[in-house]
Write a protein that binds this ligand. Structure first.
Ligand SMILES: Nc1ncnc2c1ncn2[C@@H]1O[C@H](COP(=O)(O)OP(=O)(O)OP(=O)(O)O)[C@@H](O)[C@H]1O
Ligand SMILES: [Mg+2]
Length: 508
């Protein structure tokens, strides 16, 4: 009972519903991968930021050089085209030798604006009106008092894209001009670096997933062995019989210098304790069983004497007063009952000891015929039905003990039901089992008794014999013990109006 309660309270496989919790292995692998991903991300972001900043500085330097080349044109330096009569245009600036493809220029003399950029094929393409307006607006806000500006970024959209631009004023003529270089080279390089870092990190993460899984699995293998030992022990039926608790965690997994080793050695110590406790329990159980067996055995002889003497006195004492005759009759009947009780206790104690029963073929067909006819003789006001198969059914077992099993079940069907009850006894061979069912249409087994029906001294309040002391509550305990000793099983299904006991025994 206690053992059953423990098993119910701590199931080996938790039955809690919901998402399954993460295993330690998965948690460790995920943590490692997450850390690697975070480190890669930080390295990537910092590298790309530093590279972009450096490239941007380089671009600003190139921008300064381009502005220098342009100022020669716009300022009408010697050696350049003479712009004293005509105003230079963006094309004049861009056609200067040394201007890289992509360079953008805008020249503004206060009245007219010209703007364009060199495309990939080296020709100058004019900017659209919107782009020119945008540039002039940006220029206005960026140019300082001295007519120059620091490099700044402007996005012109469309095919042109983002530009880094610088504004300046021609020293002699005072025209405002602007020179720009595309930022795309910087972003391209930065993007390339980001992609390379991303791909390398991804490859690293994949390798780490496999390596970490393997390493963690290897590291947790000792824990697996400890768990296996614990599981094997938990599956042993420790609540009954002689138990040999020999399973231990292997010595290699009990090194107290490791975490798993500490768990392993703690488990082994616990198993030693449990083993000792079990041994003590078994020893004390054995002692009690021995005592019950000895006491029952010792009681048989004095009980037989009491019964003999009382019978003798009753037979020979015709001239005794009626009171004395009645008393002697009671002594005799009680000693008969007590003999039965002592026999039952002795049988149970011997079965508990695991004493081997006979294992011979027992003809259940004949045995049931005998038992039912005995029951019929004892219970004339019940209807007895016997349903037997054509072929005899032989079970492997101990004849007298099996006789007792069915006699007990039929006695119950007779004693615990009302007169007129129909009792059906059926025998059949099912697979490798002989199955006997005893069914009555009596009042059924009381609800409060069903859970403990097969326990010793469990009996119903309504037992008709209770008052006279005819019922001990050992009948079904003996049925259970004998059937179990035969490696069979007995089950019951009872409700008001139908009670059915089913005994399955191995066939001979
Ligand atoms: N066929 C049945 N119909 C109704 N109740 C039953 C039936 N069989 C058993 N019971 C109930 O189960 C109880 C336990 O039965 P069990 O055979 O173990 O003891 P008992 O018959 O009371 O005493 P004993 O058999 O030792 O003389 C009975 O007291 C009775 O209340
Ligand atoms: Mg009984």
């Amino acid at each position: 009972m206690v053992a059953r309660r423990i098993r119910e309270a701590t199931p080996i496989i938790p039955t809690r519903s919901g998402r399954a919790p993460w295993t330690l292995r998965r948690r460790l692998v995920v943590a490692m991968v997450a850390m690697l991903a975070l480190v890669s991300l930080v390295i990537g972001v910092v590298s790309v930021a530093i590279l972009s900043a450096n490239l941007m500085d380089g671009l600003d330097d190139q921008l300064g050089n381009a502005a220098q080349r342009s100022s020669d044109v716009v300022g009408g330096r010697p050696g350049a085209t003479d712009f004293t009569t005509t105003t230079p245009t963006a094309s004049d600036v861009l056609n200067r030798p040394g201007q890289a493809p992509g360079t953008l220029a805008l020249v503004y003399d206060g009245i007219s604006v010209s703007a364009g950029y060199i495309d990939d094929s080296g020709t100058v393409v004019a900017l659209s009106d919107d782009q020119v307006t945008q540039l002039v607006t940006e220029l206005d806000s960026a140019v300082q008092q001295d007519g120059t500006s620091a490099p700044f970024s402007v996005n012109l959209g469309g095919d042109v894209g983002e530009y880094r631009v610088l504004a300046a004023t021609a020293p002699r003529t005072g025209e405002l001009y602007l020179i720009g270089l595309p930022v795309s080279s910087v972003t391209q390089t930065a993007t390339q670096l980001a992609v390379i870092i991303g791909l390398v990190s991804l490859a690293g993460i994949i390798v780490v997933v496999f390596l970490a899984t393997a390493i963690v699995r290897l590291a947790l293998r000792p824990l697996q062995r400890v768990t296996e030992t614990a599981t094997r022990v938990s599956e042993l039926p420790l609540d009954r019989g002689d138990v040999l608790l020999v399973d231990r965690v292997p010595a290699a997994d009990t090194d107290p210098r490791t975490e798993v080793g500490r768990v392993g050695s703690a488990l082994n110590r616990m198993l030693d304790h449990v083993d000792l406790a079990l041994e003590t329990r078994q020893a004390s159980e054995r002692k009690v069983r021995q005592f019950v067996a000895d006491a029952s055995h010792e009681l048989r002889t004095p009980l037989a004497s009491i019964r003999g003497y009382s019978e003798l006195t009753r037979r020979s004492g015709q001239d005794l007063p009626p009171d004395t005759i009645h008393a002697i009759g009671r002594i005799e009947s009680e000693s008969v009952r007590m003999t039965g009780l002592v026999e039952d206790l002795l049988l149970l104690a011997r079965l508990d000891e695991g004493r081997e029963l006979e294992h011979e073929p027992v003809d259940l067909t004949r045995l049931l015929v005998d038992v039912v006819s005995d029951a019929h003789a004892a219970g004339r006001d019940h209807t007895w039905d016997l349903d037997l198969p054509e072929e005899p059914v032989l079970a492997a077992g101990d004849g007298p003990r099996l006789h007792q099993v069915f006699a007990n079940l039929l006695a119950n069907a007779r004693v615990h039901t009302d007169p007129g009850t129909r009792v059906e006894v059926a025998l059949a061979a099912e697979g490798d089992r002989a199955v006997v069912t005893i069914t009555d249409n009596g009042p059924g087994i009381p609800e409060n008794l069903r859970a403990t029906l097969f326990e010793r001294f469990a009996r119903g309040d309504s037992s008709r014999f209770r008052g006279t002391g005819g019922s001990t509550g050992l009948g079904l305990a003996i049925v259970q013990a004998v059937v179990a000793a035969h490696h069979g099983e007995v089950t019951v299904d009872s409700r008001p109006g139908r009670t059915s006991f089913r005994v399955a025994l191995p066939l001979a």
